[in-house]
Design a protein around this ligand. Structure first.
Ligand code: ATP
Ligand code: MG
Length: 405
């Protein structure tokens, strides 16, 4: 079986100077991780691009892997043939045969001649190939500027020529793990998984933190957050998932704090807990799914009072995003159906009937002084349960489910 090859191009990476090598290695590492079940996959980073070559499996499977890896701008399958014009022509015709060409569609040839001893000049290669394709596919016309299909031909220094016809867009962004580590506050809703996805795509390694309040919240609600974590793991590496027991704190808030201020107090306690987990995980930021004005705790006045308990940067990638666009992304990355499951999380169960949209910091601090915050926070942090969740978690769960039937 002949070797198959895809060339991977980076986006912003090419401007990142000294970090380039480590960024490239992160992409290479992720490709290796995602293809570990395939045999004889080779990943070879070059200066501006990376070769991925393999023997088994088809191109489609490799395209599926590469399209979801952050930091890849685009990639293209390349076909190696003998450095000889007849072989190049034959492969070109072969590649175009697999297309569904419509009358009036256009093509162009872009040749690069690195081996200057090759008998044909760049222009001659383009003209000869253009003529061959024109004869073989009469419906196709040449268009040098806005062609539907661009066939790239490279006459390499080594003993081969390379042809490529399809460019696939990559996920863009930065390589996973190249932009530090953040702790994602992950509920079971639509927003927070998307917030996590966007930061991962921007290169931030994430750990997920979920606050659960059994017995007020169900095991299914916890499961939902784990399944969302598994979906996110698809865009990076397996993710550490921390489950924080939050019921006692919520009971205490309910007993001692006015109903309409309880949401603000609860959020401030969540952040204090996040800060402690952050130290343990050596992370540098908190990520949440807040979007300005979406609910009472997300007015700017609320956010200011809630934010006041910490100096840690709180990243809110969705702050200016409309719900429609968040939902569209959720559908695209496959978190929608999980977030749509009906199980309520701790915030919904304890939600006040009319939360204050303009809380006063002084009032909130007074209310908090009624609680033994130190003890409550310590108890919650002590009770955290951590597990690592990879993409395969979903498959495993499905198998469990089938066994039950
Ligand atoms: P989401 O759809 O992400 O649940 P939301 O619009 O329902 O967001 P809130 O419930 O007010 O908004 O939560 C705001 C943010 O607080 C969430 O995006 C999430 O980052 C965090 N958060 C809320 N509940 C929890 C929870 N149980 N565990 C962890 N983080 C949470
Ligand atoms: Mg929510």
């Amino acid at each position: 079986m002949t070797e198959k090859q895809i060339v991977v191009h980076y986006g912003e990476l090419s401007t990142k100077g000294r970090n380039r090598k480590s960024f490239q290695n992160k992409i290479a590492e992720q490709i290796r991780y995602r293809t570990q079940s395939l045999e004889r996959v080779k990943v070879l980073p070059e200066h501006d691009f990376m070769y991925v070559s393999w023997q088994e499996t088809d191109y489609e499977s490799m395209v599926e892997v590469l399209k979801d890896i952050p930091g890849i701008a685009y990639f293209e399958p390349v076909y190696q043939v003998d450095k000889e014009i007849q072989a190049i022509k034959a492969k070109a015709v072969d590649l175009f045969s697999s297309l569904k060409i419509q009358p009036g569609q256009t093509f162009r040839i872009i040749a690069k001649r690195q081996d200057k001893t090759f008998p044909l000049e760049t222009y001659d290669i383009q003209r000869e190939l253009g003529r061959t394709l024109g004869l073989a596919f009469p419906d196709l016309k040449v268009d040098l500027k806005h062609a539907d299909y661009s066939l790239r031909v490279q006459i390499a220094q080594k003993d081969a020529a390379f042809l490529s016809l399809n460019r696939y867009p990559g996920l863009q962004g930065m390589p996973y793990g190249s932009s530090g580590r953040g702790m994602l506050m992950l509920s079971g809703g639509f927003d927070s998984p998307i917030a996590g996805y966007l930061m991962m795509k921007r290169g931030m390694e994430i750990e997920a933190v979920h606050f659960s309040s059994p017995p007020y919240t169900s095991p299914q609600a916890l499961e939902k957050a784990k399944k969302l974590t598994a979906k996110l793991a698809h865009y990076g590496m397996p993710i550490k998932f921390h489950n924080v027991p939050f019921a006692h704190i919520q009971e205490e808030i309910k007993a001692s704090v006015y109903d309409n201020e309880s949401m603000t107090v609860m959020r401030r306690i969540m952040l204090r807990i996040m800060d402690q987990l952050l130290v343990k995980s050596k992370a540098d930021a908190i990520i949440n799914g807040e979007s300005l004005g979406q609910v009472a705790s997300q007015t700017i006045k609320s956010m200011r009072v809630i934010n006041a308990v910490t100096h840690t940067p709180i990243l809110r990638p969705l702050i200016a995003t409309d719900k429609n666009d968040i939902i569209a992304l959720a559908e695209k990355i496959g978190t929608y159906d999980i977030s749509n499951e009906p199980y309520e999380d701790c915030c919904t169960v304890f939600a006040p009937t009319s939360p204050h949209t303009r809380p006063k910091q002084k009032t909130i601090e007074e209310l908090e002084s009624r609680l033994d915050l130190r003890m409550l926070i310590e108890e919650a942090v002590q009770g955290v349960e951590t597990q690592v969740i990879g993409e395969d978690y979903l498959v495993a769960k499905q198998a469990d489910f089938k066994e039950l039937l």
